[in-house]
Design a protein. Structure first.
Length: 249
């Protein structure tokens, strides 16, 4: 199973340029040839498809562009994607609550919606039950990180309100657990016992974190490759610049 993960597109058609002086639509469209040439089995967009304020035309533009790829894709909600507008536009391609997308004898791919502001007790219990019964590696995709990432803005100001409850359930898994998320806009990787955490930088607004502020990372846009096999697993972050030596666009 070959998966490409992108995240935090923050698309806005209302503005020529978005915050941090980046043309988000232009950056997003740089990714399209890379994704097409890679031809993954699944493309996952792990949240924040919208800018600060969701726009109907921006969502429609994204839906059309992603559908034209001819690749199966799933979109998760981010903290900028709350509301019925997202549900209506992406009705055929989004995951809500807890969902087991696919399961084999050697692996499971799960989605968990972290856009709810209040504790989603039913979905968390469903996730807990699933993990307690799993006997093989689990690959979980979400928007918010379930742990602290060492950067104050994302650990204290822009944080999942029920992060501790989410993490508690994940920490009780007895099977190898690989968790993929977006939200923080930069690459992060952490391993603790049999639990592994990976972020993907923003596809359009990747940042270089700093103690007091962050600056735009000009080496993007970025995406994450994930290979899952019966006896294999591999993942790494790539940028469109990484492909210039391989492909001519």
């Amino acid at each position: 199973m070959y998966i490409i993960q992108i995240s935090d597109l923050h698309i806005s058609l209302a503005l020529t340029e978005s915050e941090d002086r980046a043309n988000v639509c232009q950056e997003f469209e740089k990714l399209i040839p890379c994704i097409q040439k890679e031809s993954p089995d699944l493309l996952i967009v792990s949240g924040d498809l919208a800018a600060k304020v969701p726009e109907l035309n921006s969502y429609r533009y994204l839906k059309q562009t992603l559908s034209n790829l001819g690749i199966p894709w799933v979109a998760l909600k981010g903290n900028h994607d709350r509301g019925t507008m997202f549900d209506a536009v992406f009705a055929d391609n989004f995951s809500t609550g807890f969902q087991c997308w696919k399961e084999w004898s050697y692996a499971s791919i799960l989605f968990f919606d972290t856009s709810a502001e209040s504790l989603p007790q039913i979905d968390l219990q469903a996730l807990k039950d699933f993990l307690s019964q799993s006997s093989h590696p689990v690959y979980l995709f979400t928007h918010y990180p379930p742990i602290a990432v060492g950067y104050r803005f994302f650990d204290e100001e822009c944080v999942l309100p029920w992060r501790d409850s989410f993490y508690q359930i994940l920490s009780e898994s007895v099977s190898p657990l690989h968790i993929f998320f977006g939200h923080i806009h930069y690459e992060f990787e952490f391993h603790w016992k049999h639990t592994h955490f990976y972020s993907v930088p923003s596809a359009t607004l990747p940042i270089i974190p700093n103690v007091s502020h962050h600056t735009l990372d000009k080496k993007g846009p970025y995406f994450r490759k994930i290979m899952i096999g019966q006896d294999t697993f591999d993942t790494s972050v790539w940028s469109t610049a990484s492909f210039q030596g391989f492909y001519t666009f």
